[in-house]
Write a new protein. Structure first.
Length: 131
């Protein structure tokens, strides 16, 4: 089963509180766990550092470019397999309407101007941070 996650983007630090509504929110259908080579923190942290250095705290643009990064990462392993491209072309990531958590989310990432928090939605505990 896929590890689903949502990534919320904030203009202020939210302390990792998943009840605070983000300015923008995206959904990631699989590989939403924080750790490991394919984990979200492995690519979100370098993306975050680069974006903040070049653009600064801009939740809307950061969310848009984050979707771009997810799509590139998702497509890369399948470039030589057209049947996979057809199956995954328009799935796996999206914008969330009304900024609510989906019922099947395992991890929620709060991306603030200075900290990324990863919260285990089931336990409510912050399981990873990047400052």
């Amino acid at each position: 089963m896929s590890t689903r996650a949502q990534i919320g983007f904030y203009s202020k630090d939210n302390g990792g509180d998943i009840k605070i509504k983000p300015e923008t929110l995206i959904y990631k259908h699989s590989d939403g766990y924080p750790d490991g080579d394919c984990g979200v923190m492995s690519w979100l942290v370098p993306f975050f550092k680069d974006f903040m250095e070049r653009r600064g705290a801009d939740p809307e643009y950061m969310a848009a470019w984050c979707i771009h990064v997810i799509c590139i990462r998702q497509a890369a392993p399948h470039t030589n397999y057209p049947e996979f491209e057809d199956n995954f072309r328009y799935t796996g990531v999206g914008c969330c309407y009304e900024h609510f958590l989906h019922e099947d989310i395992e991890y929620y990432y709060s991306v603030t101007p200075s900290v990324i928090y990863c919260t285990d939605v089931y336990s409510g505990e912050i399981v990873a941070t990047y400052k």
